[in-house]
Design a protein around this ligand. Structure first.
Ligand SMILES: *Cc1c(COP(=O)(O)O)cnc(C)c1O
Length: 345
């Protein structure tokens, strides 16, 4: 069966983005957050490409995600960290898989120690109050084999005073544990400058073409694009409407192409005519309501388009996020399961 729509993924752009982010981090190593299946693009393919480019440190959220990458980790001798730490029921996976837990509570530290310890990472809370040990609990780590001591920025994409506070909070812990490395910056944190890079950075969004802050815009290339098929082309007479709730009315006779894509594929229902597909270079703005599985495009600039032709959406994450009132993270991770994911290098 031929899948109805394709997500085309640009492996060269992914590698370019990683290299650019690594360059911005000065001498720090540059890792990659590949949780949520590589932000929806396919974690295995992402890890494979970045490993060939020289990336060694990868981050997932769960042990299930770690298990899916275990073969690649072993084959390429990579480092994989599980950000959600270890619950009791994760222990056997944690002992067996080639991945380290990122311990973030005194209970997790005790659990890991009781199971024999071994290499782990530790998350320190420096003010986000999401996951992490308090700096005052550092003595719990005595004798533990801590690979990376890390923290996470709450407001990296804003000019917030909190950034400096969090940075200084982590820097103050240097030398207080046996940790081999320290790590703080996500994508936007890298743009805050070399002071934030420590030994290892952990970008996610920007690898995949997201631009969380202006400073990264010149460095980041889009990675994902959508190709969808025209199911019907129709001529809509002047005065007639298109789609649910008849929100769009033709001011003149208009060729309209209906494509096999909708909000069930993760396209925001709020996308409107500020977003266009293209066919042979001609822009085709979205008109009317986005349906679950269908979108209508104004084909005035592409009057020759017909059934079976493929149109393309270059996913401009910042523009789509602005048009839809959603975050770039939500858009990327929400791209649906009906797409065939095709990597092009
Ligand atoms: C998701 C995540 C990252 C990557 O963040 P981006 O904003 O996508 O670059 C880094 N560190 C931690 C702890 C994360 O959870």
């Amino acid at each position: 069966m031929v899948p109805p729509a394709r997500l085309t993924l640009d492996g060269a752009a992914l590698v370019h983005n990683w290299q650019a982010l690594r360059g911005l981090g000065g001498g720090a190593a540059c890792g990659a957050a590949v949780k949520a299946n590589g932000y929806g693009l396919g974690a295995g393919r992402v890890v494979e490409r970045l490993a060939y480019a020289g990336c060694r440190d990868f981050f997932v959220a769960t042990w299930g995600e770690a298990a899916a990458l275990a073969d690649l980790v072993l084959a390429h001798d990579l480092s994989l960290s599980v950000l959600h730490g270890v619950r009791e029921r994760d222990m056997s996976a944690a002992r067996d898989l080639p991945a380290r837990p990122v311990l973030s509570t005194p209970e997790q530290v005790a659990r890991w120690r009781a199971a024999g310890g071994g290499a782990c990472d530790v998350m320190i809370d420096t003010g986000m109050n999401r996951l992490g040990l308090a700096a005052g609990d550092l003595s719990l780590l005595d004798g533990l084999e801590v690979e990376t001591l890390m923290s996470h920025l709450a407001c990296a994409e804003e000019a917030s005073e909190m950034n400096g506070c969090q940075r200084n909070g982590l820097a103050a812990l240097a030398g207080r544990t046996g940790a081999r490395r320290m790590s703080l910056a996500n994508s936007a944190g890298i743009a805050l400058g070399p002071d934030y890079a420590f030994d290892l950075t952990r970008p996610g969004l920007a690898l995949y073409g997201g631009v969380p802050c202006e400073g990264l815009a010149p460095h980041i290339r889009p990675v994902a694009a959508i190709e969808a098929e025209v199911l019907q082309r129709r001529l809509v007479p002047a005065g007639a409407t298109v789609g649910y709730n008849a929100t769009w009315t033709a001011s003149a006779e208009t060729p309209v192409a209906v494509i096999n894509l909708g909000y069930a594929d993760g396209l925001p229902r709020a996308l409107g005519p500020s977003v266009s597909a293209t066919w042979e270079g001609a822009p085709m703005p979205v008109i009317g309501r986005v349906s679950m599985d269908l979108i209508a495009l104004d084909a005035s600039a592409a009057p020759g388009i017909g059934e079976g032709e493929m149109v393309r959406f270059d996913i401009d994450l910042p523009a789509w996020a602005a048009a839809a009132g959603r975050s770039q993270y939500e858009l990327l991770t929400g791209l649906g399961q009906r797409f065939e994911r095709v990597w092009r290098d």
